[in-house]
Ligand binder design. Structure first.
Ligand SMILES: [Ca+2]
Length: 143
């Protein structure tokens, strides 16, 4: 019982932090959805893709490749609720501030290459209105 209560409190803390500043990454683990992934390549989709993602999503993917390599992301689709549901990309060198924050239905994020061997991608949706979401391919590149 206390365990469950603690989880709920932690969850509320997460939500408050998101509301405070969605671009700030505190020392959070991968949460309700998302995955740890390693190279050399693969595909990441939002929940339920190609059907709509969920409300109140908070998903973190961490993609890691060998130390002397980099991670390249190529988006093939991107549709989220403008101003409400965000994709954030955190580069290796800075897990505090998102390098890219993206939302909307008109454009796809440009290709992204990490500065080091790890990249984190986070998706956060609010409590109403969902879209198809996103799909991107990742691969290890460089050196
Ligand atoms: Ca939404």
């Amino acid at each position: 019982m206390f365990g469950l209560l603690r989880i709920i409190i932690i969850h509320i803390n997460y939500k408050l932090r998101i509301v405070d500043n969605y671009t700030k990454m505190s020392l959070l683990p991968v949460t309700s959805c998302g995955q740890f992934l390693s190279g050399p390549s693969g595909t990441v989709n939002s929940s339920n893709y190609p059907a709509n993602y969920e409300n109140d999503a908070y998903c973190t993917w961490q993609i890691q490749v060998p130390v002397n390599k980099k991670v390249r992301l190529d988006f093939t689709e991107f549709k989220t609720e403008t101003g409400k549901d965000y994709l954030l990309i955190y580069d290796t060198s800075d897990y505090e501030t998102a390098t890219i924050v993206f939302d909307g239905t008109t454009y796809k994020p440009p290709p992204f290459t990490s500065s080091g061997n790890v990249v984190r991608v986070r998706f956060i949706s609010d409590g109403a209105t969902t879209f198809k979401g996103f799909s991107f391919n990742y691969k290890q590149v460089g050196k």
